[in-house]
Design a protein around this ligand. Structure first.
Ligand code: CA2
Length: 147
């Protein structure tokens, strides 16, 4: 059975496309989900967003039990959540950390990602297209491991 790719999104990302378009663009999260599903093709994909830390942790636990890879935009939890980092460290497969904006060009509080300590790869600054790139990269990482 093919293990699904989990695409996990953190707080406030459900409001994408509604404000700060100069930083985050105009694409909504629903459009990003459709983009991810197209990029994944036949590969199963679970797409989630929550404003609650514990829900994100529960989805990481689901992925530990049944996922092939995790793509995560933990939003503000990226910089604060040791609990999300601890959960990600338990995941045995590839993890792609993703940010729509280039966090390294921003204020200092956005530069120290905890998630990066568990990530296989990091994609930042490609806007919503970063999700498409992340799914393509994840398929390669999963297939490379399977060979
Ligand atoms: O660039 C990213 O993807 C971020 O993870 C987005 C987070 C921010 O805390 C990170 O530093 C970088 C914030 C998301 C805020 O959500 C918005 C939703 C609608 C409009 C504007 C922002």
């Amino acid at each position: 059975m093919t293990k699904p790719i989990y695409v996990l999104n953190g707080p406030n990302l459900n409001r994408l496309g509604t404000r700060e378009p100069e930083i985050y663009g105009t694409t909504t999260l629903a459009e990003i989900e459709a983009m991810c599903r197209r990029a994944a093709g036949k590969h199963p994909l679970r797409f989630h967003q929550s404003n609650a830390e514990h829900e994100i942790i529960d989805w990481i636990h689901d992925a530990i039990d049944q996922g092939g890879g995790i793509i995560i935009n933990a939003a503000a939890y990226t910089f604060t959540s040791l609990a999300i980092l601890d959960a990600l460290k338990m995941f045995p497969g590839p993890i792609v950390e993703l940010h729509i904006s280039n966090i390294h060009r921003r204020e200092s509080m956005y530069r120290n990602s905890l998630v990066s300590q568990a990530a296989t790869a990091v994609i930042v600054g490609l806007g919503a297209n970063g999700y498409r790139a992340a799914v393509a990269a994840m398929l390669e990482l999963i297939n490379r491991k399977a060979k």
